[in-house]
Write a protein that binds this ligand. Structure first.
Ligand code: PLP
Ligand code: ZN
Length: 416
C-alpha cells in the first residue's frame, strides 16, 4: 500500500505521474513527491512506529515506494547522543549529536537516500544504478547496488580522498574519476542520464532519493520523545538534507505526532559557501563558487537546492554559518575528545558552525540544540595528516616506558 499521490512541481504545482522525472516541463521547477496525509494519519500512529524494527523503514508510509523496500532494509535509526561533555565545553544547556557516522552499511547518511532511490528505481524497472558524487554517495550507491544485484556506474571528481575512492572501488562497480569539480561531474552526468537512461539517483531519481533524508528528521523527533529540538544545525552540500529535515518536521506536525517547530541552521565550509553567502547577504540568488576546502563531501559550488535551503533557514527563524579549514579540524578534534565521536570533515563543519552560531547569539545557550553528524572520520583521514601529534615510538623495554612517563611530568601510582 502506497500513500504517494504524485510528483508535483514545487513552483507551479503541476502534477506528474510517479515516474523517473525530476523537472517540470512548464516552468523547470524541481519535482517533489506529494502524499495523501489524511490516509497516512488513519493508518499510522506513534505507537505503531515505536513497535517496528529499529531502521528508517519504520516510517515507510512517508517514503516514496509502492511495495516493500528491497534495498537497505537495515539502514538508519542511528544513535542520538546527549552530549553532556560537549555541552560543558561549549557552555550550553542541552546539546545532542545525531550520529550517522555509524549508519549502515557505508557510514554516512547517504545510505538513507540511496536505499529509497534504489528501492524505487527497481520498482520502475531500472537495472543500472548511477550517481554523481562528492564521495559518500559514491560509497553508498556502489555498496547498495552490489547488495541488490544492480550494476553501478559512479562518477566522482578525480581528486577525492583515497578512502572514499577505495571504498567505492571495492564493491566492484564502474568508477569514473573526472578531472574537474563536482559541478562539472554533475553536468556530464545529466548528459549521460539523458543518453543512457540509467537510474541516476541524484538526477532523474532525485525526487524519490531526496525523500530518504526525511528519516534523519523523523528519528531525531522520535528519539527526543516525539519533540522537536529548538535548534538544529545541518551541513549543506546541494542543500537537500536541510530542506528534507524541515519537511519531516512539518509532516510530523500534520500527522499530530509532534507539536511545534525548530529553528533550522545551515553549515558550510568557508571554501565553498554559496548558500551561506546568500543567507548572510539577504538575497534569494545563489551565486555559484569554485570550491576549495578540505570538506570535499560538501564541495558543491552550484547547489541544486540552494534556493530552498536558504528559504528554510529564513522562514524557520534560523541562520547560517561557515568555517575555515582550521576551524573544521579543531571542531573534529573537539567532538572526538569530548564525546568519542570521530566525524568526517563535514561533521567538523557542522560543529564548528554551531560554535560560531552560539558565540554570535544566533543560538541561545539555554535552548536545546541538535548537531547533525552525517559521515565518518575514518573516511577523511587525510584532513588530519600532520594536524595531530603522532604516537611516541619506543623500544619494547619497560625502562623506556618509565622514562616516557617521567618525561610526561604526571605522577601515576605504581604497585612496586
Ligand atoms: C552529501 C552530504 C551532505 C549534504 O548533502 P545535501 O546535498 O545537502 O543533501 C552532508 N554531509 C555529508 C557527509 C554528505 O556526504
Ligand atoms: Zn512547474
Amino acid at each position: 500500500m502506497s500513500y504517494m499521490k504524485a510528483l508535483k512541481c514545487r513552483e507551479c504545482g503541476k502534477e506528474y505521474p510517479k515516474e523517473a522525472l525530476h523537472v517540470c516541463e512548464l516552468c523547470f521547477g524541481p519535482l517533489e513527491v506529494a502524499y495523501e496525509y489524511d490516509k497516512i494519519k488513519s493508518v499510522l500512529s506513534r505507537e505503531i512506529i515505536e513497535k517496528r524494527a529499529p531502521n528508517m523503514w519504520r516510517y515507510k508510509e512517508l517514503l516514496p515506494i509502492e511495495g516493500e523496500p528491497t534495498v537497505g532494509a537495515q539502514v538508519g535509526f542511528t544513535p542520538l547522543i546527549k552530549a553532556n561533555n560537549l555541552a560543558k565545553a561549549l557552555g550550553v544547556k542541552e546539546i545532542y549529536i545525531k550520529n550517522d557516522a555509524v549508519n549502515y552499511p557505508t557510514l554516512s547518511f547517504k545510505d538513507r537516500v540511496v536505499s529509497v532511490a534504489l528501492s524505487r528505481a527497481r520498482e520502475l524497472g531500472f537495472k543500472i544504478a548511477a550517481c554523481a558524487s562528492t564521495g559518500n554517495l559514491a560509497n553508498s550507491v556502489a555498496a547498495n547496488a552490489a547488495a541488490c544485484g544492480m550494476e553501478s556506474f559512479v562518477f566522482i571528481p578525480s581528486d577525492l580522498e583515497q578512502t572514499k575512492i577505495l571504498g567505492t572501488l571495492v564493491y566492484g562497480g564502474t568508477v569514473v574519476g573526472i578531472k574537474g569539480t563536482y559541478d562539472e561531474v554533475n553536468r556530464l552526468c545529466s548528459e549521460i542520464a539523458g543518453k543512457y537512461g540509467w537510474a541516476f539517483v541524484n538526477i532523474n531519481i532525485r525526487p524519490y532519493y531526496a525523500e530518504g533524508s526525511k528519516t534523519f528528521g523523523y528519528e531525531i523527533a522520535e528519539q527526543l520523545g516525539w519533540k522537536l529540538p529548538q535548534n538544529i544545525v545541518v551541513p549543506m552540500a546541494g542543500g537537500s538534507l536541510i530542506t528534507k529535515i524541515h519537511k519531516a518536521f512539518k509532516e510530523l506536525n500534520i500527522l499530530g505526532f509532534v507539536n511545534g517547530s525548530s529553528k533550522v541552521f545551515g553549515a558550510q565550509a568557508a571554501g565553498c559557501s554559496p548558500i551561506i553567502n546568500a543567507v548572510k547577504e539577504g538575497t534569494e540568488l545563489i551565486r555559484p563558487v569554485r570550491p576549495n576546502t578540505i570538506a570535499k563531501s560538501l564541495a558543491i559550488g552550484n547547489p541544486a537546492d540552494g534556493y530552498y535551503s536558504a528559504k528554510v533557514m529564513r522562514e524557520s527563524g534560523g541562520w547560517g554559518e561557515s568555517v575555515t579549514d582550521e576551524e573544521i579540524i579543531d571542531a573534529m578534534k573537539l567532538m572526538a575528545e569530548t564525546e568519542g565521536i570521530f566525524a568526517e570533515t563535514a561533521g567538523g563543519v557542522t560543529l564548528g558552525s554551531t560554535i560560531k552560531l552560539i558565540e554570535s547569539g544566533h543560538i541561545s545557550r539555554d535552548e536545546s540544540i541538535v548537531v547533525c553528524v552525517t559521515g565518518n572520520g575514518l573516511k577523511t583521514q587525510e584532513a588530519l595528516q600532520g594536524k595531530i601529534n603522532p604516537p611516541t615510538i619506543i623500544n619494547a623495554r619497560l625502562q623506556e616506558f618509565d622514562d616516557l612517563v617521567k618525561a610526561g611530568g604526571k605522577e601515576y601510582a605504581v604497585k612496586g
